[in-house]
Design a protein around this ligand. Structure first.
Ligand code: ADP
Ligand code: X2W
Length: 262
C-alpha cells in the first residue's frame, strides 16, 4: 500500500500569515500522496464581529444560522481556501481547492435538533467521503485542499468541523492507503500543562485519554480533536499525530508532537 498523509491545519496558524507560509512550504516539500484540510474558525469569528453577527459556539461547534453560513462559506471556501491553493502552487504543488460539494466528495447530513439547534451544521457518517473519486484526484497528481464546507446533496451547503472532516477522510482512505493523520496547530502537542509548551505528552492510548479527561488536563478545542483522532485510530488509520505546524519536517523521524495509539 502507498503512504498517504492527511493533514489538518488549525485556525490559529491560518490567522498568522508568517506561520501559515512556513507551514505550507513544509507541507509542499512532503513527498508522496497528501491531502490538506483547513479550518479558519478564528477568522470567521473575527469577520462575524465586523459584520455585527454575534458568533456562538457550543462544545467547539459553531451555531450556523443562514447569515453565519454565508460568512463561513465566504471565509473558508473562498478567502482561505484560495489563498492556500495559490501558495501551494507557488511552492510547486498542483493543489486543487475543494468543498464537499465539489465532485460530491463529502456528503453530510444536517445535524438533527436536540437540546441545541446548530442550524446549518453537517454531520458525517462512514459513507460520506467519496474515496474512489478522491483517489482518482491523487492518482492524477493533484493535491486536494478541503475547506470546512460540505453539502447535503439537496443543494444545501453545510458547515462541518475541520477536525471531523480530516478524521473521516483518513478513515475512508485507509482501505486503499497506509494513512498518517496529522493535526497541526499552534502548540507542540497535547500538553500536560496547557501553559507550558514543553510539557508534551509524547504518547496517549485510549485508556490514558479517559484519565486525562477526568483530570481536566484536556479541555476546550482539544476534546473534540482527540475524540476525532481516536475515532480514526480505531477505524483503520495507521498513525495519528497532534503537534506544532512548524515541526512538520520531524514527522519523517516520528519525532512530531503527540502520537496516539489504540
Ligand atoms: N492539554 C492540552 N494541550 C494542548 N492544547 C490544549 C489542551 N487542552 C486544551 N487545549 C486547547 O485546545 C486548543 C486547540 O483546539 P482548537 O483551537 O479547536 O484547535 P485548532 O486550532 O486546530 O482548530 C489549544 O489552542 C489549547 O488552547
Ligand atoms: C461546525 C463547526 O464548528 N465548524 C467549524 C469549521 C471551521 C473549523 O473547524 O476551524 P478550526 O479548525 O480553525 O477550528 C467552525 O465554523 O468553526
Amino acid at each position: 500500500m502507498d503512504n498517504l498523509y492527511v493533514i489538518k491545519i488549525g485556525g490559529n496558524v491560518i490567522d498568522n500569515s508568517e506561520n501559515l507560509h512556513f507551514f505550507l512550504n513544509d507541507f509542499a516539500s512532503l513527498d508522496g500522496y497528501k491531502i490538506l484540510i483547513h479550518g479558519g474558525g478564528k477568522l470567521a469569528t473575527d469577520l462575524s464581529h465586523t459584520l455585527g453577527i454575534e458568533p456562538r459556539l457550543v462544545d467547539g461547534r459553531r451555531i450556523t444560522d443562514i447569515e453565519t453560513l454565508r460568512v463561513v462559506t465566504m471565509v473558508y471556501a473562498g478567502l482561505i481556501n484560495k489563498n492556500i491553493v495559490a501558495q501551494l502552487q507557488r511552492y510547486g504543488n498542483n493543489a486543487i481547492g475543494l468543498t464537499g460539494a465539489d465532485a460530491n466528495l463529502i456528503k453530510a447530513s444536517k445535524r438533527p435538533v436536540k437540546e441545541v439547534d446548530y442550524g446549518y451544521v453537517g454531520d458525517l457518517n462512514k459513507a460520506s467521503v467519496a474515496s474512489d473519486k478522491l483517489e482518482q484526484l491523487l492518482q492524477s497528481g493533484l493535491v486536494p485542499v478541503f475547506s470546512a464546507i460540505t453539502h447535503d446533496g439537496e443543494g444545501q451547503l453545510l458547515n462541518t468541523n475541520a477536525d471531523t472532516i480530516a478524521s473521516a477522510i483518513a478513515v475512508a482512505m485507509s482501505s486503499s492507503f497506509k494513512v498518517s493523520l496529522v493535526y497541526c496547530f499552534e502548540k507542540k502537542g497535547v500538553l500536560r500543562d496547557v501553559n507550558d509548551n514543553e510539557s508534551i505528552i509524547r504518547e496517549i492510548g485510549s485508556s490514558e485519554f479517559e484519565q486525562l479527561k477526568s483530570d481536566n488536563v484536556i479541555a476546550g478545542g482539544m476534546l473534540p480533536k482527540l475524540h476525532n483522532a481516536f475515532q480514526a485510530i480505531q477505524n483503520g488509520v495507521s498513525d495519528v499525530y497532534i503537534g506544532k505546524s512548524d515541526e512538520l519536517p520531524f514527522l519523517k523521524e516520528h519525532l512530531f508532537g503527540t502520537r496516539l495509539f489504540a
